[in-house]
Design a binder for this molecule. Structure first.
Ligand code: ADP
Ligand code: MG
Length: 291
């Protein structure tokens, strides 16, 4: 689903002494079928922006369009119930929202709430659990008997079981060990690649992650959109990264070191182990050819 944000501002606790403006006149377009990322410092408005994409919040002014839905300050919450199924959110620390007595029941809750029969809900729930790495023998366990990583996987299965078109990920791997982070990011990516129309919006502080998976990056700062740029252009441009205080991803940084040391220009546009290794081998072979 395509997301279009037009002149959106958002203020928490408007007209109270605690009033906080989280978004100021933001306009942006996130095309369908693309993996997007939103980056920026803590408090820059990333999570607030994302909560507009599934109608969890409504703009204080301006308009958000998500697929066929339009969300304005006047939109009624009940008109957004169906949108919630199509736009799934994995919040930060989603495991805190597990509540059923078994993980299967927990994952079935959303599909049941959106009109699936019990049998249908069980089928999609089991599929989603297997996809997130939760084998059948765990499905009847209580969420509270699981490890932190398994609870996270269960919560993610609950979102995938809704069969969303648009997946909204707010720091989905925060607090996991590096291996768990890799696995979870890969499972989102596999989900994304499965169908042409699927769209992801990822919020992350990890520029290695963002460069590895996202095609398009939006930079937020103090509630304002600063830039929307292709990941390949942003993450190979030292001066842009410096301007927005973003780290160069480590694969590109390695290639940059080699470029600086050798004086030979290198294509820095490599953000996975495979791509970086390929560049390194090519550099080596070209060196051999020159000798
Ligand atoms: P980010 O996700 O980039 O860290 P947020 O969208 O969470 O940014 O926050 C943007 C601004 O809105 C911050 O100033 C934050 O303190 C404020 N804010 C966020 N959530 C709430 C809330 N529920 N009530 C009041 N202010 C909030
Ligand atoms: Mg946030």
């Amino acid at each position: 689903m395509r997301v279009e944000v037009e002149n959106v501002s958002f203020t928490y606790m408007k007209d109270t002494p605690f009033e906080t403006t989280a978004l100021r006149n933001v306009s942006l377009t996130l095309e369908a079928g693309v993996y997007h990322a939103i980056v920026g410092h803590t408090g820059s408005g990333k999570s607030t922006l994302m909560q507009l994409f599934n109608g969890l919040e409504k703009p204080t002014s301006g308009k958000v369009s998500v697929g066929e839905w339009e969300i304005t300050p006047e939109t009624k919450q009940r008109d957004l119930h169906e949108l919630r199924r199509h736009a799934g959110v994995v919040f930060q620390f989603p495991e805190s929202q597990l509540f059923e007595e078994t993980i299967l029941k927990d994952v079935m809750f959303g599909p049941l709430n959106h009109g699936k029969t019990k049998a249908e809900a069980e089928t999609v729930a089991r599929e989603a659990l297997l996809r997130t790495g939760m084998p059948a023998e765990l499905h009847d366990r209580s969420p509270f008997e699981l490890s932190g990583g398994q609870m996270r996987r269960t919560a993610i299965a609950g979102v995938l079981a809704m069969e969303p078109q648009l997946l909204l990920l707010d720091e989905p791997t925060a607090g996991l060990d590096p291996e768990g982070q890799q696995e979870i990011m890969q499972l989102f990516y596999d989900w994304y690649r499965e169908k042409e129309a699927r769209t992801i919006v990822l919020i992350s502080h990890d520029m290695n992650q963002v460069a590895r998976f996202a095609e398009n990056v939006v930079i937020m700062e103090q509630g304002e959109k600063q830039l929307a740029e292709k990941a390949s252009a942003l993450f190979t441009d030292e001066s842009l990264l410096k301007k927005y205080q973003l780290a160069m991803p480590e694969h590109a940084r390695l290639l940059k070191r080699l470029e600086d040391a050798s004086g030979k220009p290198l294509d820095l546009n490599a953000f996975s182990d495979e791509a970086a290794l390929e560049r390194l081998l090519r550099f080596l072979r070209e060196g051999d050819a020159d000798a």
